[in-house]
Design a protein around this ligand. Structure first.
Ligand SMILES: NC(=O)c1ccc[n+]([C@@H]2O[C@H](COP(=O)([O-])OP(=O)(O)OC[C@H]3O[C@@H](n4cnc5c(N)ncnc54)[C@H](O)[C@@H]3O)[C@@H](O)[C@H]2O)c1
Length: 379
């Protein structure tokens, strides 16, 4: 069992992350420790696929710890990360008369975690919630840091809050049932975190991926240690810039976690979320950001090669060759993560050393060229 503490400002939250195998049967114990005696009710928010795999053991553990359980299965997939689903979750909390001492448990991937966290953050102006992530992406990234929210028809993550969990409980054995593509999707996020987090984290991740066999049992201490390293990094960024302050553009700003995301969002949007898993889009996005960095003279070609090697280790990427550069660029111009109409690109000076660059400083022709180098797109 590996443990990690996250302390954030300005919300002064302080919570523990536990990582290991077989922890699902101890969720009750961890929840009681995190919530204290007054908590009586827990609403488990999950989806039917994950709940049918892991619900029984989690419910039993929570009952043993003296909690009364209700549960809600939301639809499976990004399109259920919506206000409508949030309303269903709020209805459950109201019907079951949840008080501010009670708690929501998110059992599932990033979709479940984002919706459950959002509902918990607005019900009675905020009640506790606990993350029990079951996808790799959620275990190395989305379950920590307190970003919650849902999509609107106009775009992804347009509504949300910052609401830190009271505890994060990561059972690596849940990854054994995860489809391969979902696993790869998580690996792309680990390469992303390594690329901006530090050379050591990047190398540790690449070394792990080189040895990793998909037939492994997901109980290895190396896997838990890798997740621990990633969350230590993410926790350090979140602790110092919890709200992703608009004014910060330094290399430890929370914005650096968006490396690869400018292009990723554009790829997801122009293909209507049908072609790429989010991590795959980030895989392509990192290569484009890497090419832009190289073409601006910020990044050595040998460093870009290292990034390519890292991305290759994560798994196959669906082709983006048929997409048009102009369409992607127009889409970026509408992205919400711009300030005053300018895109902030997270680029690289080296593996492990990000730099935030104002879009105004990057000629459109250079972006075009980088897109065609990295994705093979036509102008
Ligand atoms: N809050 C944040 O900081 C943050 C960070 C990154 C991503 N996100 C969000 O996370 C979401 C993506 O999360 P995701 O990649 O986990 O996708 P997901 O939640 O859709 O899960 C992927 C698929 O795996 C299934 N699944 C989950 N656990 C399983 C298991 N153990 N065995 C078998 N199947 C399982 C799910 O039912 C789903 O079909 C996006 O909405 C993204 O915006 C949030």
């Amino acid at each position: 069992l590996l443990r990690l503490r996250i302390r954030t400002q300005p919300t002064s939250s302080d919570y523990e992350i536990s990582i290991g195998h077989g922890l699902l049967s101890r969720v009750g114990e961890f929840a009681r420790h995190a919530l204290g005696k007054p908590a009586r009710r827990i609403a488990i928010i999950s989806n039917s696929k994950v709940f049918s795999l892991y619900g029984t053991v989690v419910v039993a553990s929570l009952k043993r710890a003296g909690f009364q359980i209700s549960n809600l299965s939301i639809g499976d997939g990004e399109r259920f990360k919506s206000l409508r689903t949030t309303e269903k979750a709020l209805n459950l909390l109201i019907q079951e008369r949840f008080s501010r001492d009670d708690c929501v448990v998110a059992l599932g991937g990033g979709v479940v975690g984002d919706v459950a966290g959002f509902a918990a953050s607005i019900y009675m102006r905020g009640i506790p919630f606990i993350q029990v992530p079951t996808t790799l992406l959620a275990q190395v990234d989305s379950s920590v840091g307190g970003k919650t929210g849902v999509n609107l028809p106009e775009g992804k993550n347009l509504v949300g809050t910052f609401h830190q969990p009271r505890a994060v409980i990561i059972d690596t054995t849940t990854l054994s049932t995860l489809p391969l593509r979902e696993l790869s999707s998580g690996w792309f996020e680990t390469i992303k975190q390594g690329a901006v987090g530090g050379r050591k984290l990047f190398k540790e991740t690449a070394r792990f991926l080189n040895k990793f066999e998909t037939s492994s049992n997901f109980q290895s201490p190396d896997l838990a240690a890798l997740i621990h390293s990633h969350l230590t990094f993410k926790g350090s960024i979140v602790a110092a810039d919890e709200r992703e302050s608009v004014a910060r553009n330094d290399h430890r700003s929370r914005k650096i976690l968006n490396f690869g995301h400018t292009i990723a969002h554009a790829l997801e949007t122009v293909t209507k979320y049908k072609r790429f898993r989010h991590g795959e889009a980030v895989g392509h996005g990192m290569l484009v950001a890497g090419a832009i960095s190289k073409n601006l003279g910020l990044l050595e070609p040998s460093e870009l090669e290292l990034l390519h090697d890292g991305v290759r280790l994560c798994g196959p990427l669906p082709s983006a060759r048929d997409l048009r550069a102009v369409e992607l660029i127009n889409c970026i111009a509408r992205d919400k993560k711009q300030v005053l109409g300018h895109v902030r690109w997270v680029l690289l000076e080296k593996i492990g050393r990000p730099r935030i660059v104002d879009g105004k400083e990057i000629p459109r022709s250079l972006i075009n060229q980088s897109l065609s180098e990295a994705l093979g797109t036509k102008h």
